[in-house]
Each structure stands twice: as C-alpha cells, then as structure tokens.
Design a protein around this ligand. Sequence first.
Ligand code: 5GP
Ligand code: MG
Length: 445
Amino acid sequence: MCAIVGIFNSKEASRVAYYSLFAMQHRGQEATGISVSNGEILRKIKKKGLVTEVFDEDALKYLKGNSAVGHNRYSTAGSKSVLDAQPIHASYKLGEISVVHNGNLINKDEVRQQLIDEGAIFQSQMDTENIIHLIARSHEEHLRDRVIEALNIIKGAYCLLIQSRHKLFAIRDKYGVRPLSLGQLEDGGYIVSSETCAFDLVGAKFIRDVRPGEMIVFDNEKKGYESIQLFEPTPRICAFEFIYFARPDSVIAGKSVYVVRQEMGKAMAREHKIDADLVIPVPDSGVSAAMGYAHESGIPFEMGIVRNHYVGRTFIEPTQARRDMKVKLKLSPINAILKGKKIVVVDDSIVRGTTSKRIIRILKEAGAKEVHMCITSPVIKHPCKYGIDTPSYEELIGAKMSVEEIREYIKADSLSFLSINSLKKSIGEDMEYSLVSFDGNYFIK
Ligand code: 5GP
Ligand code: MG
C-alpha cells in the first residue's frame, strides 16, 4: 500500500509530483501530500482525500520549488487521523526534512518504545515517524550519515524518500519488496516513483529501478546523482504487486505487470481446464488475467460484469457491512450475455471472500447456468507484514477454510486457485519473490 514520488531539480516539481500521484492513486486513496523545497524552506500540504480533491491551482502555486516528495496513503482501519498522512516533516539540528515511506517496518514497536524511553514524543501512529526521530537524534555531522545510521536500526520493507533543503535521498530496502524506479524528466530533472506508470504521464524516461539495498543521493551542488550500495541485495519483490496491486501499465524489475497477469491467466487455463461458454473478468483487477485465460483456452471473452468507476476500491470501508454494500454499488451483470451460460469468472485474489460470493450471486441471478471461479493467485493463508493491507488470520477466509469449504461458502460450481509454482513461473523464474501471503515464510527477521 501507498505510493511515493520524488522530483529533483525540476522547474515545476510540485506539478510533476501532483501528476505522478494522480497516476498512482490506485495505491492509496485515503490521504495525500506534497512537500517542496525552494532551497531555503520546505513548504508542504497534506490532507485526507484524493489527489484531485486535495490540490488545486493555488496549492500548486504555493508549493513552489525545484524538489518535491509526495505520498498517497492507503487506508487501514483505525488510523484515519490526518496526523498519519505523509510527508512527515520535522525541524531538527541540521535544518528541515520531509520523509515519505512505502512499506512496513517490522521492528517499529521496539524502536518506538526505545525512543519514548529516551524522551521522544510522537505525533502519529506511523512507523515512519521513527525514522525522523532516529535522524534527528543521531550525532553524525552530515545528514547522509544520519540517514545511514537510521537505516541500520530500522528493519522491514521500505521505499523511502528523504528531502532536505538541498538534497534528496531515495532508498530501497535490501529485499526490494516494494517497487521503486528512477527516471529522467524532459527538463533534465529526476523522478523516483513507486511505479513507472507515473513516468508515462509526466513524460519521463525510465532509467532503471532503484536497486535493493541502494541509496541514491541527489544534491543541488552536484551534477547527476550518486549511488551508494548500503546493503547486500537479496531481492524478493512482492508477488502481490504483480497479482493485484500495481497498475497493469507499470513495469517492475523489467516485467510488464499486464503481461505477467496474462501469463497467470494462461497458466490457470492450462492447470484448470473447464468446459464453459464464456470467460468473464471481475473488473478491473481480473481483466488482464481473464484475457490470458480466454486466449489459452479458446473460450470467448466477454465483459459480463460492468463496473461503476465512481466507487473506490472495496477495501476503503473498513467495516464488513459497508463492504458488502460497496461490492453491490461497484459491480453489476449484463443479463443478456450471461443467461443460460456456463461461465468461467476470473479474479486476481480472494481475501475475505466478500467479492467472490457477491459476484457469484449476481451471476446466478442473471441466469448463468454454471459459475466456475478461477483465482489467479494461490490461496492467501497468511497476513502480509510487509506493506500489503491483508487482514489478520481471523478475517482471511483462506486461513480458516479449505478450498472446498470456500467453494461452498461462495456457492461456486467449482473454485480453482493458481499454484505457487505457476505463480513464480508466470512472473519469471529469474528471481525470488516475497510470497508470505501464500507460504507464510516471513523472511525479514
Ligand atoms: P475479498 O472480497 O475476497 O475480501 O477481496 C477480494 C477482492 O479484493 C479481489 O477482487 C481483489 O482484486 C481485491 N483485493 C485484493 N487485495 C486487495 C488489497 O490489498 N486491497 C484492496 N483494496 N483490494 C484488494
Ligand atoms: Mg478486484
């Protein structure tokens, strides 16, 4: 969850950050913020709401400067305070800093307690605030060394952007769990963002991904950028970025998210051959995989369900009753093409089972004869601790029920999941992935 963007040495830094955040709205809709530096002071605006709601022309004019960091926050239950929006900013001995973070620190409670014991006071519930405190309390003379010291204390999955008046640091943890890419803007400036779809919108040229364990330093007084490999890289990109989270037009580790999703659909069609009349996706997240399934199986593809785009993602409402309502608001069937048909429905994942259950009910009500649910990821059996908002064991249907029990619960005629092996093959066997949701291997210790 969450999107981050950093712009350096560009005339309209805040505007470029704004467009980038707009392109990455899917990664978080709860709150958004931008901090800019004009070389003298940092100015910032952060608020609850969507990018287009929070920023207007006046806001962008106020945010004048040639470096910017921005953030879209993903909603999680119980932390709706605007104090939990980013960037987080502080004045400290060396001046000012603003920090944005995507990911999840696993030792946040220990570090926070330690800081509190030493007298620190906290403004928010965010793990990101730990980083600011660690930087502020360090005795190192230069910000760079203070940042490195802090990075040696925090543990977990993180992509971080740290802005001072004259510098910008971009850091990716040694596992590279969350994506982070580097690009060049048309005016010669640089952009670092969670997803490459932001580059396409602002006309930036992709340079490369930030490497796992790498820190890139941009400095007003130096040309280009400096790369420091802080930690030995042991890449494990989150498979869920490919399955669900990233936008299909993004490229992660050289792999097109769209193409990977199609491969997942194709693998599904090979693993689970179903005699059916139609393949339909659960829009939007199931579309690329459903096309892959249709392609491989030869079964015709139809958009049998339409989506109302004015409703946010189902997870935005944290209570179960309101989530049920949201699925209804969001998806409705096309009776004319579904009546009397045997249907394969493709979706990317089952978390609580709410969406699948509802979809099958509306398809049956629309007259479908059989509904075969194909999920193009393995069964989610474990909560992710590295930055995807999957719920606890109690709420994860895959942790509580067998596949047959889930099938019965969602009332499907059949239910298939992709195997872990096919998932890995679909993304590419050239590297390792974070598969914690599926195999429970919490590799960050
Ligand atoms: P369920 O209804 O089973 O709880 O959730 C499954 C649906 O939620 C799928 O359609 C999937 O695309 C979507 N989904 C899966 N993971 C996430 C997530 O982390 N955040 C949000 N907003 N949706 C998710
Ligand atoms: Mg979905």
